[in-house]
Structures are given as C-alpha cells and as structure tokens.
Write a protein that binds this ligand. Sequence first.
Ligand SMILES: O=C(O)CCC(=O)C(=O)O
Length: 283
Amino acid sequence: MITNFPIVLSPEVVNAFRVQGFVVTPDVLSTGEVAQYGAAIDQAVAARTASDTRSITDKSTYEQSFLQCMRLCETDPGVVDLTFHEGLAGIAAQLLGVPSVNLWQDQALYKEPGGRETTAHQDQPFWPIGEAPLISAWIPLNTVDEGNGAMAYVPGSHLAGPLKVVDITHTSKPYDILKDPALAGESLQVVPVNPGSVIWHHGFTVHAAGANCSDSVRRAFTVVYLSADATRTKAWPAFPLDRARVGVGDRIEGEGLPRLWPPLATRPAPPVQKGAVTGPQGM
Ligand SMILES: O=C(O)CCC(=O)C(=O)O
C-alpha cells in the first residue's frame, strides 16, 4: 500500500472526521493555487452559463441555490490539476481509511447574490452505490461565512446511514431531513471557511448551506471521491455509471471515473461523450 501522502493528517483530524462526519483541513492549497484554479473555474462557469439570461427569481427553487456546473475536468484543462490534486486525493483516502479512491464527480457550485439556502440533504442516497465509502472535498474559492452561504453540517449524522432521500431538484417542499428521528435532535453546525482550507464531508453527513445575502458570488468547487473497490448496487439510471458501462455488481471504474489515489502514472484522456448533468444524480 502506498502511504507517501503529500499531506499527512494527524490521527486527531482523522478521528474528528470519523466522529463528526466532517472536518476542516486548513491551508492545504496555496494562495497561488486558489487564484489559478479559481480563475479557470470562473471561466468554465461563465462559458457553461453564458446562454442563461434568467434572473435568479425566474429560476427553479433548486437553481436558486446555486449555479451547478459538473465534470469540469472533462471540458476545462485548467481545472484538471485540481480534480486530480494528489494532496487532496491523499487526504480523501486517509479520511476514508481506504487504500485507493476514484473520482465520482467534480463540480462548481456558485451561489449567486440573493441565492437561497441549500436545502439540508445527504448526498449518497442520490446515487446507486449503496454504502460504499464516499467523501466530498468542498473547496472555497473566496471567504465563505454566515453572510454568503457557509456550509453547515449535522455532527455525527453520517452514522445514521442512509435516510429518506431529499428530492431537492423536483420539489420546492422536499422531505425535512433535519426532523428525521435518526438525528436525535442534533442541529446544523455552520462552518465558515477561508480559501486555501477545505471542508470534507462523508456521503451520509446531513448538510446544508446558508443563503447568499452578500452582493458577490459565493464560489466553491467540490471533488467527490469514492473508494476504488465500490460496486454499483442499483440499476436506476446514473450518468457516469451508464456511460462507463458499469453494471449492477460491477466495480465503479472506467470512463469518467479515474483513479485519483494512488496517483496514476498517466492520466486518462477525457471521455468523448460529455454529460454536464445537474440535479441529484450529479449533486
Ligand atoms: O455548496 C452548496 O451550497 C452545497 C454543497 C453540497 O451540498 C455538497 O457539496 O454536497
């Protein structure tokens, strides 16, 4: 097993993640990296959203939470090094306690000025991957606090496992997961964060984000990592799995699902068939 992680976590940080289901790793990206990747992601989001001239009030409830641009590493060369970032991928493996992780997805989540809160949900029940170890890196590209859409997490909620799916895309009044008895009255803990730091959350951690009451965009990018030995558990349509022809029971790997840790000697070419889906398949 390769253990020469570029960024080595202390046992305390790993333990905090295991107990809470989220943790902040401070100062893992340099100011230069944040500026460089931030500019590339800004450009990608601008290009992907150029034809959408609607004001925020004309958008669906889901779209009012953020502009969501997925799989930027497949279309935007300036973003690839962030998605494949070895320091981040090594942290994902350490926090999950697995030897190897693959990419599940990357995405920009830009909360516009006036953007509503992100409804509380768990990520993993959206996807046909059962209880495979999964973790998200939430990477702020500017300072994020209670005024402009900070993330918030219910401590320990990942230990409840899969709860009822929160249909955040199709209905404006989805299941209120914060009232789920499995959370035993625990509530959201807001996590303000500075660029350079990264917040990590487990696939079953209940999380939300505040509204953006500022006059500038809250810019964030996420990379979602899946244990490399995960298998598909359900047949329902799921873009990255169907494109890579991953059947039920098969390992989740192939086109668009490259190994990120340990790093590959040669990165695969981006898939020819692009799929910039939005919604819970992709979130
Ligand atoms: O950025 C947001 O507002 C929500 C992010 C989120 O739900 C996630 O990264 O899973």
